[in-house]
Design a protein around this ligand. Structure first.
Ligand SMILES: [Zn+2]
Ligand SMILES: [Zn+2]
Length: 376
């Protein structure tokens, strides 16, 4: 639940001038408990603002309002007749005493206000301490959750797991089992602002992971010179085909070639179908804008066929087709790594050639494809 704290403060100081401030915090489970640390009882050297008896001097004064029959307990009807009976000197004296009385009451009001202010300040200070404590507790809870998740989220080779992946608690030898991710690990594997790669295989920019889609939108919408367009789609499935617009036929080329990335969306994740030829092999794979852990949850199916046979009815079928189903690949993996370890769909020139069409209008029709991404 939402942690709340409420403060109960006892009334304004009583006559014996001791104050007791009790702070009650609500525990996580909703029941109230009194925190022993937050309770204090102390004396203060502030004169009581509410004396129960008047100062002795006022009582003994010969011109006391009481003596003159003008005290507060005199009935208003008697007040006027009493005043008429007074000598002028007595009226002046009564007036002076009245002024004195007013001043005393003003001082008392000031004192009371001062006390209230002090009380308020103490409440605020205690409130701050409670809030800080709550924040600390929440932070510790989050840290604990993270430590609990750690063994799952770290997907490292067994050999580096103990060295790069985590730092042991320094009380390990006494039996503490906790391992914390190191800063190096955070910067290398977790940080949402570490540089990542762009889904455009020809793009040299390394945008921060958290700003990758912004980069795709701004730099790869087809209007920026020297930047490939990235085809944006709003579906988890796509049918299209690749063409070669180079003068040289694709199978004569001896250098690496890449094609435009195609976006797919599934749940709230963005995926990109990639195609690269490293003669004589072709590599097709689906990138996920996400971590290795996110990648483990999604699969892609890629089907290759002759473009001119797309949509043929079942009995005619395709003359040839190849398909692949496998895990999507985190954007943090490089295309070199993907080609080297054949992490995606790898097909040889000899297998692709029969799926390709003819060259017409300076455009070479390559194979058609259908790709879909879905949760495992
Ligand atoms: Zn960071
Ligand atoms: Zn880019």
């Amino acid at each position: 639940g939402d942690p709340e704290s409420s403060i109960l403060v006892s009334k304004i100081p009583s006559r014996q001038q001791t104050k007791r401030v009790t702070i009650t915090t609500r525990s996580e489970y909703g029941n109230y408990r009194e925190s022993p640390l937050a309770t204090s009882s102390y004396r203060e050297d502030i004169p009581s603002p509410l004396p129960s008896t008047r100062p002795a001097s006022a009582m003994e004064s010969p011109t006391s309002l009481h003596t003159l029959g003008l005290g507060p307990e005199v009935h208003p009807n008697d007040l006027e007749s009493n005043l008429r009976r007074l000598k002028p000197i007595q009226v002046i004296s009564a007036y002076l005493e009245l002024m004195d009385h007013v001043k005393r009451m003003e001082r008392q009001a000031d004192l009371r206000e001062e006390l209230l202010r002090r009380n308020q300040k103490q409440i605020e200070a205690k409130d701050k301490i409670i809030k800080e404590r709550d924040m600390l507790v929440r932070k510790m809870e989050r840290d604990l959750e993270r430590i609990d998740e750690e063994p799952e989220s770290v997907s490292l080779a067994p050999s580096d797991a103990s060295t790069i992946g985590a730092v042991r608690c320094r009380f390990f030898s006494s039996g503490c089992p906790y391992r914390l991710p190191s800063m190096e690990f955070h910067e290398d594997r977790e940080c949402k602002f570490r540089p990542t790669r762009c889904p455009s295989l020809t793009c040299p920019i390394k945008p921060p992971f958290a700003k990758l889609l912004e980069h795709v939108q701004d730099d790869h919408n087809g209007s920026k010179k020297g930047r490939d367009r990235i085809c944006r789609n709003n579906s988890n499935q796509l049918v299209s085909s690749y063409v070669n617009i180079d003068k040289e036929p694709v199978f004569y080329k001896t250098t690496r070639m890449t094609w435009v990335a195609n976006e797919l969306i599934c749940d709230s994740f963005h995926f990109f179908l990639e195609c690269m030829r490293v003669p004589p092999d072709w590599h097709l794979w689906v990138y996920i804008i996400g971590s290795e852990k996110d990648a483990e949850k999604y699969q892609a199916t890629i089907q290759l066929f002759r473009e001119d046979e797309y949509g043929q009815v079942a009995d005619l079928g395709y003359s040839a087709q190849r398909s692949y189903t496998g895990q999507v690949i985190s954007i943090h993996r490089s295309k070199e790594e993907i080609a080297e370890f054949s992490l995606g769909f790898m097909v040889h020139d000899k297998q692709i050639r029969s799926l390709c069409g003819t060259i017409s209008n300076a455009e070479e029709q390559l194979f058609g494809y259908e790709v879909s991404v879905y949760r495992k």
